[in-house]
Design a protein around this ligand. Structure first.
Ligand code: C2E
Ligand code: CA
Ligand code: CA
Length: 637
């Protein structure tokens, strides 16, 4: 019998093409790439071994018996291994980054292990195949076991795919169906035309399809920047963590890029980012460089190899010089955050959290250019987590309290309004400042419930005690940026005021300039609708940002609240005093009221009232006090 081997030869070329492409492309070592490498290797070896066995079968005399056995064994083992590896691959795909369970491992390895034992022992047992005295190749009594196991693998892959089809892409699904179908067709063809060798070709095409659909190495590269991307970062870091490797991540945040985009256009911005990425690649040496976002990079590598200090110094040095674009010199900064694993982080999410935390800290004014994620950062992270838990509990169990800080009217020489300030005390942690817990609540969305609670509480307080009869005309309530981004904000607030039968004009909402910038349109429409019914707005913390005048001009504020720092600075510094004076007269000129915060001494109050300030809020008059104390205070005035 003459075998038709054209398909076998074609299969070699198909696998070869996938192999060259795969190794040439930038990719990272993940469980899936490793399994895929194994699959390619098995397909290639079985293909070549197959051709040699055919040669041996056609020319039995020219080959020694041991070699006949050897190549046939190699062929059978590697060919059946492709089915097992393929099955493992499918399971791996649907498991994502999770470990493959022991039970699944057993299903993958058991049949192929039995195959291997049967095949290896076959020269002695003749169970799978043997040669007669003419060196003719004959099937043994257990040959069919191999077929049966291969069939099991194919069916198991199919069943697994159908079960987890939702976690796979359309192309991945199609690949499995093709593999199943082609395996069956190949087996049937093989049975009817025993000299037609097509099985290898079916495997080769499947390998190619998997390469195209399941294993797309370009998924891991940032094509424009020529570095690895965020997905690659996730894969690499999770697999290192899984293997308990000791390694270091340097996160680098490029600050100042946004301005380039705004001034010189996105194209020029991208050009500079590319330059920076290439600079990192050169500096990082053998370590991998990842682009995590438009402005954030990471360098990952072993802690011990090569001096990290040099990399750090080189990066710092480069960023001390400006970058140039379109003939302009642009200064950028690159704060760095260094995280050692496993000491400082045990999960991928920890890494991201720590990085966010470090760069936030930097933005809040930390002078450190390089932040080592040590104990203190971890401690802060832990505290944040604890606060988060406490907040949820506080919402459920009503542990918050609303305090009121009276605000003094210069004109009426008494308290006419107050600011509602949230208070939280918890067990051994004691008093937790809103400066600490409000940002945590904002990050986690809990602020919406908290804001709702405060608003209700204040409405209830006002109507229950009819505080306008005590001379308190309005109460100021702080709104978080997140609340201002809610489209139904005005409806919610109006509903709550209606529930309490509260006249809308007793409510004065305080928002910061950040809210004005972040949620421009939504805030604008919310504000107008609320103002239409009589609610008033105050701009909080005036004098802490850069572009305050924009918010003052654009939005219909009734009141501007000067930040404590502005008040305090003016008492120490002549220039600051001049700024304050002109700020107050500017606000008055626009027909708005001015509240000065942080008035701690009589001296300050005198100067501020000379400058035309309308209201004072500060410890000189009163600290924030409980509702009961507040009522006592205003009743006696
Ligand atoms: P804020 O809106 O600027 O509130 C004024 C802060 O200044 C209050 O701090 C108040 O206790 C403090 N303060 C007032 N007068 C003086 C003074 O003379 N000297 C000094 N050193 N401090 C003074 P507090 O209560 O710790 O609140 C901090 C921040 O937390 C508030 O700043 C506000 O942004 C936020 N916050 C408080 N309650 C709420 C709330 O119900 N909702 C929202 N979204 N934020 C709130
Ligand atoms: Ca406020
Ligand atoms: Ca304020």
């Amino acid at each position: 019998m003459r075998y038709i081997i054209h398909y076998d030869i074609a299969a070699i070329f198909v696998v070869l093409a996938a192999m060259v492409h795969f190794f040439y492309k930038k990719t990272i070592s993940t469980r899936q790439t490793r399994i895929f490498t194994l699959l390619i290797a098995a397909a290639m070896v079985s293909n070549i071994a197959d051709l040699i066995t055919i040669y041996g079968i056609e020319n039995p005399k020219g080959v020694p018996l041991w070699l006949h056995y050897a190549v046939n064994e190699i062929y059978l083992i590697t060919f059946n291994a492709t089915a097992a590896i393929y099955y493992g691959y499918i399971i791996g795909v649907t498991r994502g980054r999770e470990r493959i369970s022991k039970w699944e491992m057993a299903r993958i390895l058991l049949p192929i292990s039995i195959d291997i034992i049967l095949v290896i022992s076959t020269p002695f047992t003749h169970a799978v195949f043997y040669f007669d005295s003419e060196k003719t190749y004959l099937h043994g009594s257990l040959f069919m076991v191999l077929y049966a196991f291969a069939l099991c693998y194919v069916l198991a892959s199919l069943v697994h795919t159908i079960r987890f089809r939702k976690t796979m892409t359309l192309l991945q699904n199609a690949t499995v169906y093709f593999y199943t179908l082609s395996s069956f067709v190949a087996v049937i063809l093989q049975i009817y035309f025993s000299n037609l060798m097509v099985a290898q070709f079916a495997v080769a095409i499947s390998v190619l399809l998997i390469y195209l659909s399941l294993e797309n190495p370009s998924d891991y590269g940032d094509k424009i920047l020529g570095v690895y991307n965020g997905l690659a970062f996730q894969e690499v870091v999770s697999s290192y963590i899984e293997k308990d490797r000791h390694f270091r991540i340097a996160g680098i945040q490029i600050e100042g890029l946004r301005y380039i985009g705004e001034m010189l256009g996105v194209k020029n911005q991208q050009q500079i980012v590319k330059e920076i990425a290439q600079f990192f690649v050169q500096t990082a040496g053998s370590r991998r460089v990842f682009a995590l976002t438009d402005t954030r990079f990471a360098i990952v590598g072993k802690k011990k190899s090569l001096p990290w200090d040099n990399i750090r110094d080189e990066i710092q040095k480069r960023f001390q010089k400006p970058f140039s674009s379109q003939g302009m010199e642009i200064a950028l900064t690159a704060p760095m955050c260094i995280i050692d694993l496993p000491e400082s982080a045990r999960k991928l999410e920890d890494v991201t959290d720590i990085m966010n935390y470090c760069f936030e800290e930097k933005r809040r004014g930390s002078r450190e250019e390089v932040i080592y994620a040590g104990e203190d950062i971890l401690e802060k992270g832990k505290r944040e987590n604890k606060i988060l838990q406490i907040l949820s509990q506080a919402i459920r169990e009503n542990l918050f309290q609303v305090y009121y800080q009276p605000i003094f009217s210069v004109e009426k020489q008494r308290f006419t309004t107050a600011e509602a300030l949230l208070r939280l005390s918890y067990g051994d942690m004691g008093f937790i400042s809103p400066e600490e817990f409000i940002p945590v609540a904002e990050k986690n969305g809990l602020i919406l419930e908290i804001g709702d609670y405060v608003f209700r509480e204040v409405c209830h307080f006002m109507t229950e005690h009819k505080i306008w009869e005590l001379g308190i005309e309005t109460v100021h309530i702080n709104l978080s940026v997140v609340q201002c981004m809610q489209e139904q904000l005005h409806e919610q607030l109006v509903r709550i005021m209606d529930e309490h039968l509260l006249d809308y004009s007793h409510v004065h909402l305080e928002i910061t300039e950040t809210a004005a910038v972040v949620s421009e349109d939504t805030l604008w429409s919310n504000m107008h609708r609320l103002i239409d019914v009589g609610v008033e707005f105050a701009l909080d913390d005036y004098g802490t940002g850069f572009s305050n005048t924009m918010a003052v001009i654009k939005y219909p504020f009734r009141t501007i609240k000067l930040d404590k720092s502005m008040v305090w600075d003016s008492m120490k510094n002549k220039k600051a005093m001049s700024v304050l004076k002109h700020t107050i007269s500017m606000i008055k000129d626009m027909n708005m009221d001015v509240v000065a915060e942080g008035v701690e001494e009589l001296e300050q109050a005198k100067k501020l009232s000379e400058m035309g300030c309308d209201y004072f809020q500060g410890y000189y008059y009163s600290k924030p006090v409980s509702a009961v104390e507040f009522l006592e205070k205003v009743k006696v005035q």
